[in-house]
Write a protein that binds this ligand. Structure first.
Ligand SMILES: [Zn+2]
Length: 317
C-alpha cells in the first residue's frame, strides 16, 4: 500500500533561489494530503505533476507566513479549474478570517465548500481517520501555537498460521480475536498469544512532520518509533542561542531527537538561508543519528513494508 512523502519546499522564512518555502505532499493509500503551503506551492504542484483536485485535505502547522502564504493562490486556482467538491483545512483558528478577507477583496466566490477544522491542540488529538489511516495533531513549542502532524496506518488484521488453528483447536471467536491482534484467554487459564499464531505481518507505516519547533518532549513522544520523521534543523549548533530565542531546532538537537525517539529515518529541513552548503547541518545530525538525510526539492520518500525502511528518490531527474 502506498505511503509516500514528497518535499515541495523546505526553506525557512527568508527567500532564496535555492529552495521554496515549506510544503509537502503526503500520499497514503492514494489519498493526497498537503502539509503546509508556503508561497508558490501551486507552482510546485504543477511542476511535480500532482493533480490539484486530488487534494481534499490541507494541514497548516502554524500561521507564520512561510507556512501558509501559498494558500490563497492554490485555493483560487482550484476554483478557476472548476473544483466543486469540499476541501477540509486543518489549521489554527485565525486562518478562516484571513482567507475570507482575501476572497472578499478579490471578489472570489468559491464554487466549493471550505471546511475549517481548528488544529490548535494542547494535547494529541485525532484530526482525521478513514478505514486505513489516522492523522493526529500534537502540540509543539514555537513562538505562536504550532501543531505537528502524525500519519499512522491502522493495524491490519493479522494472518493466522493454519497449523495453530488445529494445534489449539481455535473456534471462530478466538480466530477473530487473534486476527485483531489480541491474546486469547481461556476459562481454564490458558493464554494463547496472537503473535505466536500469526505470520508475515506487514509493518505499520507512519510519518511525523515537525516544523517549526524548539526541541520538545511532545515531539519525542509523538514521533516515537515512526518509520520517517521530518524535523526542522534551522540552525547549526554554533547558533544555538539564536535557535533558542527564535524557538527553532539545531541540527544537533534534531539528530538527538531522532535517536531518542528511535525513528527509522530522519529528514531535516527548514534551513536558514545563511547556509550555502547544508552539509554542515547533515554532518552534525548524523553524529547522533546515522540515518539522516537533507531534504531537497522534489525528494520523494517511499516508506516500504519492511520495518521502518524508507527509500528516497530524486524526482528532479
Ligand atoms: Zn514559524
Amino acid at each position: 500500500m502506498t505511503f509516500e512523502v514528497q518535499i515541495l519546499g523546505y526553506g525557512a522564512a527568508a527567500p532564496t533561489l535555492r529552495h521554496m518555502p515549506t510544503s509537502q505532499l503526503v500520499n497514503v493509500h492514494d489519498k493526497m494530503f498537503l502539509v503546509d503551503c508556503g508561497e508558490g506551492t501551486q507552482v510546485q504542484i504543477r511542476k511535480y505533476r500532482i493533480k490539484f483536485q486530488k487534494i481534499d485535505h490541507i494541514f497548516i502547522s502554524h500561521l507564520h507566513g512561510d507556512h501558509f502564504f501559498g494558500l490563497i493562490g492554490l485555493l483560487s486556482s482550484m476554483h478557476l479549474l472548476g473544483r466543486t467538491k469540499d476541501l477540509t483545512l486543518f489549521a489554527p483558528k485565525g486562518l478562516q478570517k484571513i482567507l475570507e478577507t482575501q476572497f472578499e477583496a478579490s471578489e472570489t466566490r468559491l464554487k466549493f465548500q471550505l471546511i475549517y477544522i481548528d488544529s490548535k491542540t494542547n494535547q494529541r488529538k485525532l484530526l482525521f481517520e478513514d478505514k486505513t489511516l489516522e492523522i493526529y495533531g500534537f502540540p509543539m513549542k514555537h513562538r505562536i501555537p504550532t501543531t505537528g502532524f502524525l500519519f499512522i496506518e491502522k493495524p491490519r488484521k493479522a494472518k493466522i498460521r493454519k497449523s495453530f488453528i488445529k494445534a489449539y483447536n481455535l473456534c471462530i471467536e478466538e480466530m477473530v480475536q487473534i486476527k485483531n491482534r489480541k491474546d486469547v484467554h481461556r476459562s481454564n487459564g490458558d493464554v494463547i498469544s496472537w503473535e505466536e499464531c500469526t505470520f508475515d505481518l506487514e509493518q505499520i507505516k507512519s510519518y511525523a512532520y515537525c516544523s517549526d519547533t524548539a526541541p520538545c518532549e511532545s515531539v519525542r513522544e509523538n514521533a516515537k518509533g515512526v518509520s520517517l520523521l521530518y524535523h526542522e534543523a534551522t540552525f547549526h549548533s554554533s547558533l544555538k542561542d539564536r535557535a533558542k530565542s527564535t524557538f527553532h531546532t539545531t541540527s544537533e538537537d534534531a539528530g538527538k531527537i531522532a535517536q531518542e525517539a528511535e525513528v527509522g529515518k530522519l529528514v531535516i529541513g527548514h534551513f536558514s538561508s545563511r547556509y550555502i552548503d547544508e552539509n554542515i547541518l547533515l554532518n552534525e545530525a548524523r553524529t547522533y543519528f546515522d540515518q539522516t538525510e537533507l531534504a531537497f526539492e522534489g525528494m520523494k520518500l517511499v516508506i516500504t513494508d519492511k520495518a521502518n525502511a524508507v527509500r528516497s528518490e530524486d524526482m528532479n531527474t
